[in-house]
Design a binder for this molecule. Structure first.
Ligand SMILES: [Fe+2]
Ligand SMILES: [Fe+2]
Length: 372
């Protein structure tokens, strides 16, 4: 990933925008599928301010209700050595690091979807992408509130996420914005949010992520729809460039999201903690969910040539091409709908019950993972 185009600002970050803004005079164009997606995008906006119960008090020692099995170093020698007060710090910092990355990633989604509005050639896709801009703004709002009011530990953007965003936003080819954001980063988001929805014990964290997930499932569907048509027209050489981009992003997703900055800050032997985290069962579940979401989409959009399959085999994730991505997305919507029907006052027990029933749906298939 390039880093020479990055310029840091006080309190911000400037990334040059590649590409042209396209106008169309054909205001009637658009496939039925795209217009349907636009309708759903309009109708399914929710308001984090009223939809979620912000009066709920999280446990300050463990704001997400993070089970020990999701602490990357739990069960290791390093963990056994830590006194209880330090373990509390780890729980708070994992929540802070994760939700900070969610927040920065959502801002990335906001910037990328705004770029898509400008760069996509047809009017129906511009309409749809405009609904996504609003979705991502609402997500930024919700994660910021969760961090500010409940978690209270903040981290800057991780190097892995920053590199991905920079490569996506700076590329002048419009489809790379889709491929990078709608397929790769949204795939990462779907995996991370579904773990929050299904495995955390705090009902606010569960509900927030369930609502966000139903929107993200729509965003992936948009990328799939647009890229499937476009990639069927590209030459072998052009497809190969896209496959290389996707493979590079897959490696980043596989190895670079284990809280590196956090382990350096906590200082229990950062390199050892990062290595332990990379081998942990929590990371294994995360990877399984990431590639359950991404690999079927790559196949669906025709980025599945022999070289791509070989790279996915090397990554140990080729088996996920057998998963039905559309079915998992439908399940995300169903769970969010069901949670929305419940009153929060009585929700703590019921949310967990709904999630327990649905959780199995996102587990993909353990047999799909090729690595040991
Ligand atoms: Fe989002
Ligand atoms: Fe999104």
């Amino acid at each position: 990933m390039k880093s020479d185009t990055m310029a840091k600002l006080a309190g911000g970050w400037a990334v040059p925008l590649g590409g042209d803004a396209l106008f169309t005079w054909d205001y009637d164009a658009g496939t039925e599928q795209m217009l349907n997606l636009y309708s759903r995008g309009k109708q399914r906006q929710w308001d984090a301010e009223t939809q979620l119960d912000w009066s709920h008090d999280v446990d300050p020692d463990n704001p997400l209700g993070l089970p020990d099995e999701f602490i990357w170093i739990a069960g290791t020698r390093v963990w056994e050595r830590l006194p209880e007060a330090e373990r509390t710090t780890v729980r708070q910092h994992i929540a802070g690091w994760l939700y900070s990355q969610f927040l920065h990633g959502e801002q990335g989604g906001l910037v990328c979807s705004a770029k898509v509005v400008q760069a996509v050639p047809d009017i129906a896709s511009k309409f749809y992408a405009a609904t996504q801009v609003m979705d991502e703004a609402r997500h930024v709002e919700a994660y910021q509130r969760m961090l500010q009011a409940k978690i209270k530990v903040h981290y800057p953007i991780s190097t892995g996420l920053r590199g991905l965003l920079e490569a996506i936003i700076g590329d002048s080819r419009w489809d790379i914005t889709y491929l990078g954001m709608q397929v790769m980063i949204e795939g990462l988001a779907l995996a991370a949010f579904s773990i929050q929805r299904d495995r955390m014990r705090d009902p606010l964290a569960q509900a927030l992520n369930a609502y966000v997930l139903q929107d993200e499932a729509r965003h992936v569907a948009f990328g799939r729809l647009a890229l499937r048509d476009y990639y069927s027209q590209l030459s072998t050489a052009e497809l190969r460039e896209r496959e290389d981009f996707a493979v590079e992003a897959c490696w980043v997703l596989k190895d670079r999201f284990v809280g590196e900055e956090m382990w350096r800050k906590l200082d229990y032997g950062a390199e050892e903690c990062i290595a332990l985290a990379n081998r942990s069962p929590a990371q294994r579940e995360f990877r399984r969910r990431v590639f359950t979401r991404i690999v079927p989409t790559l196949k669906d959009i025709n980025l599945f040539g022999p070289r791509m399959q070989e790279s996915l085999r090397e990554l140990g994730v080729l088996g996920f091409s057998r998963v039905d991505g559309a079915e998992i997305s439908a399940e995300d919507e169903r769970i969010a709908d069901e949670i929305a029907r419940l009153e929060f006052a009585t929700r703590q027990r019921e949310v967990s019950a709904v999630i327990a029933v649905g959780a199995g749906s996102d587990d993909g298939d353990d047999d799909c993972e090729d690595e040991g």
